[in-house]
Structure formats: structure tokens, C-alpha cells
Design a protein around this ligand. Sequence first.
Ligand code: OOG
Ligand code: MG
Length: 262
Amino acid sequence: MSAADGLGAHVETLLAAEGERRAVAPLTDAYDCLTVEDGYEIQAAIIDRRVAGGDVVVGAKLGLTSKAKQQAMGVDVPCFGVLLGSRRLTADEPVRLNEFIQPRAEPEIVFHLRDALAGPGVTPQDVLAATGAVSCGLEIIDSRYDGYRFTLTDLAADNTSAGRFLLGAQSVDPGEIPDLSLIGCLLEVDGGVVATAAGAAVLGHPAEAVARLANWLGGRGGALQAGWSVFSGGLTIAVPLFAGTYVAATFGRLGHVSARAV
Ligand code: OOG
Ligand code: MG
């Protein structure tokens, strides 16, 4: 993409917002002619810049796959983003608020792919067969748009609010879990329960979300690569992080993942 095609300026706007930790107005406020496809082109250009700078793509994410998230964000279509290696937090690493604009945490079910997947025709069964392990994770989202106000186009451009991510310590063979849609999830903040959900909150079954992403990528000549981790989308609302906030997600069968904001 070149600046001449009109999208380059938006790439710079979002890179600067992230770099300077300063929220910006949604791109579509001033450019309502931008399409969702333009949004994904802007995302791809941002990722290309990160990779050119030495970062590495380690996975993919779905967003807005649960009713809880769709209703909270006012967008009812799932979205797709990219996970970069530099954005992974280790289990004992705090969420450093000075590295974010307006971070929120959300619990997710994560698929670790042993085999690549590319549509068309990928089914949830294919996803489970290609998955080496499942774990729980927390995504720390950080919209570059003021107050998390955006359209699907804006969200696609902003790599679907991707900030950081961390994984639970436990990895489980998907064959050992009879039905991922029945996995319970308990989200706690500072020791109090704030939300509960089951795996089915994500498009009826989290493997359905991953199948959709594989099919969507296949249609664009892409694939979910072997070795990637795929975040299937927040099961519950996301909770804001302030200094000292301790957020913990506990899942049936998949263990526990937590983070403290400092
Ligand atoms: C959009 C990102 C959504 C999810 O898991 O639903 C997402 C947002 O809420 O800012 O990552
Ligand atoms: Mg998410």
C-alpha cells in the first residue's frame, strides 16, 4: 500500500496513536467512505511495519464472537486480528499501565494449532483435529480510539484493539475435553465475581470461531499457520484495568490465568 492510495495516512495515524499512547477519533468520523476491506488493508500494513521492524506474527485473534462483547461494543459482526510475539506477557509479568491508553482484560479460550488450517470448508471438527492443545488466556485489549468508540471498519484497521495477551499455564489435549462449549468461565476482579460464561458464548462453540477465521483467511489467500495460537474471542465483557487491579479468569478443565495492573 502506498500513501497515494489514500490509506497510508490512516496507517500513520494509528501507529502514532499507539506509539504516543494517545487515543484518536475513529477514522470513519472524518472518512465515512472507508470500507471494512480498507480497514483490513490498514491492519495488514500496520502488521507489515511491525514485522519489518523485527516483530513476528505468532497467532491470530477473533473479536466480537460473543453476544456479551457485541452488545458492549455496539458491533455485531466478528472481527479478526493478528497476534505479535512482542505483545505476549509472561505469567508473572504485570500489565504496565504506562504502556497502554485504556486497557481492558477479557477471558478467552485459546487454540494452539499443530497443523495449518485454510478454508474454504473448514469445520469445527477440522479445527479440533488440527489443534495440538487448548488453554485459557487473557487478552488485554487497548483501543486506539477514544472511549472504545468505533465501527467495524475502524476496529479492523486498529488490529481489533489488540494490546497484549497472556496464556494460562495449563495446556490440554482437545481430545480430553468432551465438549468445549460446556467449559465454564469465571471472571473475577479484585476477588469478586464480575461475569460468568460457558464456551458456547463464543458463536455456540469456540472451534466454530476458529473455523470461520480459517475460512475467511482462505478466501483471501491466507491461512492459520501451524504453531500459531488463536484467541477465539472474549467470552464475557472486558473489564477496565486501573493501578492495582487484579483480574483472574478460572475455567473448567483449562485452569486459571491472572494479571495485575501496575
Ligand atoms: C474489540 C476487540 C474485541 C474480543 O475478544 O471480543 C475482542 C474491542 O472490544 O475493543 O478482542
Ligand atoms: Mg479479545
